[in-house]
Write a protein that binds this ligand. Structure first.
Ligand SMILES: C=CC1=C(C)c2cc3[nH]c(cc4nc(cc5[nH]c(cc1n2)c(C)c5CCC(=O)O)C(CCC(=O)O)=C4C)c(C)c3C=C
Ligand code: FES
Ligand SMILES: [Fe+2]
Length: 408
């Protein structure tokens, strides 16, 4: 990855240690290069790029605070996002208030897991390595240029967008790093990207396509299955087939589920595909973690499930993170410390996250390769809004990325 911005300049514009820099991580200084005109552009004009201009591969994710002092800003952005946490007309006031009150508790959690979230480090590695493979797999769209665009932490989507413009990008693939689509995760990232395209690129000079979900891609399924098999091999042979597999995904508020969000069904599809790949040898359940706040969330909760199975005498349990591509506070703190360490049961373990496994990085390259070869702008699903969706933003975003297909 050759950078057009000196590393020293990058270091001045971010609080992130320079060793972790992706050369393509955006800098706020690039903002002045952009046109800040706001128009009501919806569909971009036909592609104007030449095939050998190269292709930006933009990994979308929520991000996490890389250091403890970044926790407050991370939470402030997260609680300001009405697509994730709708607080109504009071969002502007309630968001900062909740973020401020929650900061000390979450700072303490990030301190315990090593002083920050590893998401940026893993995402940078995944993007860089997948692009190298893609150059060989699909030379007609090379060079593939890696970018990371986070919703709530550096490198923020806005800074990455401006960096892409400064780099002269004309063709870009928005590649969600949430394997299963939720309007509160991938949907929020796409709404942000649509907002930025409208603001900074009204003429539609960047041609976008979207990899919006990949819940049953064979590379994902094979890597998760391999990690499960590796963990199962650490149990004594006579006990191995009796270990209960607990696939754990971040939960959703029931209000989001009842709006018709596709995430629960897509997570279940991943779980079923992994179990098929493992030959259904072990009993299993899909459970849901990380509920926040007092409203009802989709269950059964991971922590309650572990507690109840232990009470029932089932003490060989393997927890498998199934809805996130790298380690983060919810694996390293919630699963490893709050649930597994607290249980004091040697038979309760966790399978490795996908992180930097070369098999997973090959999967990312394959997914992007299949997308580029197929030529679709997005999946057929992206155009369809949730049945109970009332968001204008969703409507415009879907028109922009999916070409106006699906329910208006
Ligand atoms: C697929 C993954 C995720 C879904 C779905 C999701 C939905 C969701 N999350 C919140 C609220 C919070 N999430 C927080 C942190 C956080 N969330 C995810 C993933 C999903 N969230 C991750 C990986 C992380 C941690 C990031 C890291 O460690 O780097 C937080 C902040 C932490 C805390 O305060 O507890 C909140 C808040 C909602 C409301 C929601 C669905 C609508
Ligand atoms: S909330 Fe799902 S499409 Fe708008
Ligand atoms: Fe979350």
């Amino acid at each position: 990855m050759a950078s057009r911005i000196p590393l020293k300049q990058l270091a001045r514009t971010s609080t992130f240690p320079s060793t972790f820099f992706s050369p393509r991580i955006a800098v706020p200084a690039a903002r002045s290069l952009a046109t800040a005109t706001t128009t009501t552009t919806t569909t971009p004009p036909p592609p104007t790029h030449k095939p050998n201009d190269g292709t930006a591969i933009v990994l979308l994710n929520m991000g996490g605070p890389s250091t403890v002092p970044e926790v407050h800003d991370f939470l402030s952005r997260l609680f300001a996002d009405g697509d994730l946490i709708p607080l109504g007309p009071l969002q502007k006031y309630l968001g900062p208030l909740i973020a401020r009150r929650r900061t000390p508790k979450i700072e303490a959690q990030y301190s315990v897991i090593g002083g920050g979230s590893p998401i940026r480090r893993w995402s940078t590695l995944q993007a860089t390595e997948a692009c190298k493979l893609l150059d060989t797999l699909h030379p007609s769209t090379a060079p593939h240029k890696p970018y990371v665009a986070f919703r709530y932490a550096a490198p923020l989507t806005e800074d990455t967008f401006l960096q892409m413009q400064a780099d002269g990008i004309r063709r870009a693939v928005a590649f969600t790093q949430y394997p299963q689509y939720s309007c509160s995760t991938t949907g929020s990232s796409l709404n942000e990207l649509w907002r930025l395209a409208k603001k900074y690129d009204p003429a539609g000079r960047i041609e976008w396509s979207v990899i919006d979900r990949w819940p049953t891609h064979r590379g994902l399924v094979d890597t998760v299955a391999k990690h499960i098999e590796e963990s199962l091999s650490t149990y004594p042979a006579p006990e191995r087939d009796g270990v209960v597999l607990l696939f754990s995904a971040h939960s959703l508020p029931m209000s989001v589920v009842n709006r018709g969000d596709p995430y629960p069904a897509e997570v279940a599809a991943t779980v079923y595909a992994v179990m098929q790949r493992l030959g259904f040898k072990n009993p299993y359940r899909l459970v849901w973690q990380s509920q926040v706040g007092p409203r009802p969330w989709l269950g059964a909760q991971t922590s309650n499930t572990v507690e109840e199975y232990v009470k029932k005498g089932q003490t060989n349990l393997l927890l498998i993170p199934i809805a996130f591509t790298s380690d983060h506070i919810e694996t390293l703190h919630e699963l490893d410390l709050e649930i597994i360490a607290e249980s004091k049961q040697p038979g309760i373990k966790r399978a490795e996250s996908l992180n930097g496994d070369p098999m997973f990085i090959k999967a990312l390259a394959d997914i992007a390769h299949e997308h580029l070869r197929g030529g679709a702008r997005a999946s057929a699903q992206l155009g369809l809004r949730c049945p109970m969706c009332v968001s204008e933003k969703c409507r415009e975003q879907k028109k922009f990325f999916a070409g106006g297909k699906g329910a208006e």
